[in-house]
Write a new protein. Structure first.
Length: 301
């Protein structure tokens, strides 16, 4: 790795740590939204560095849809125990059982949008005033519109046309009662930056991100992991494939890529040469042209 790349990564690291410390300074009840994906793992690593040798001074929140990859949950629990931080879990299944949301039906049913209610309920229950996440502007066009400090109204909704200026890295965290902020410390990172930093810092990840064999279903040109949450359509077959994931969400909606990249060097080479977008295989983003923005306006990550 060249000195130029290392210096670039250290500048991004410094910026992110500055934002994380600003969150701790400006807000009373901040949390870190933890999905178990590479970006939230990276963000947790940066939070650890921001306050070292003390422990991370705020809890991690994970919204459990019930359709997560088992590897993600196992990694989450091991990391929380290692760091000695508090973990708060919001449950989509509980929201379904109590009638807060209605589960979708059909072969393409997803619990992705149902996370919104569980997330907002969890934030309200713990009086959270700032929830930081690992979203990046290069991931998706709706996320490209976000500021570092992204204001949410008393209903948890986001107005992309009414955001505060952030000149000279001055962040305005003022809000009215009942409102909160979503904060994105790694907004300026690219997918390649993330992978190069993971290699530089030797950050552990779930094995999902590395090449492995898995039974899959190819649906609408998206490679989905076969699981109890997948209902096969007529003509669909289960095929064993060599795959890895570039992004991790629910099992029924997260598309994999065929890949032989089983280590960080190979993954970086693959990302540097690919023309496919990181979320190009996410079935939930294909429901509409504005699918992500519509969910974010309602309170999504």
């Amino acid at each position: 790795m060249s000195n130029y790349v290392i210096n670039h990564l250290r500048e991004l690291e410094s910026e992110a740590i500055f934002v994380i410390r600003e969150i701790a300074a400006q807000f009373e009840n901040p949390v870190l939204l933890f999905s178990g994906g590479k970006d939230s793992i990276l963000l947790t690593h940066l939070a650890k560095k921001a306050f070292y040798p003390a422990k991370i001074p705020f809890p991690l929140i994970h919204v459990d849809t019930g359709h997560n990859f088992p590897e993600t949950i196992a990694f989450r629990d091991a990391l929380v125990e290692k760091l000695g931080v508090q973990l708060i879990v919001g449950s989509v299944q509980e929201a379904i059982d109590t009638g807060r949301v209605r589960e979708e039906t059909g072969a393409d049913a997803s619990r992705n949008a149902l996370q919104i209610v569980s997330l907002l309920d969890t934030l309200e229950a713990h009086k959270v005033d700032a929830a930081m996440g690992g979203a990046r502007r290069d991931e998706e066009k709706a996320r490209a519109k976000e500021r570092f400090f992204s204001h949410r109204d008393e209903f948890g909704q986001w107005d992309p046309k009414n955001q505060r200026p952030e000149l000279w890295n001055l962040f305005n965290g003022r809000k009215n009662y009942g409102e909160h902020f979503r904060v994105f410390p790694i907004s300026n990172w690219t997918e390649l930056d993330v992978w190069e930093y993971i290699k530089l810092e030797n950050i552990d990840l779930p094995m999902l991100y590395f090449s492995h064999k898995r039974d899959c279903v190819v649906r609408d040109r998206v490679i989905l992991a076969n699981s109890e949450y997948i209902k096969l359509k007529p003509g669909e077959k289960v095929v064993n494939m060599t795959i890895r994931y570039r992004t991790c969400g629910d099992m029924p909606i997260t598309g994999a890529v065929e890949s032989e990249a089983d280590n960080l060097t190979k993954i970086i080479e693959e990302i540097a040469s690919t023309r496919a977008t990181e979320r190009g295989g996410r079935a939930d983003d294909k429901r509409a042209e504005t699918a992500m923005e519509d969910r974010k306006k309602q309170g999504y990550f």
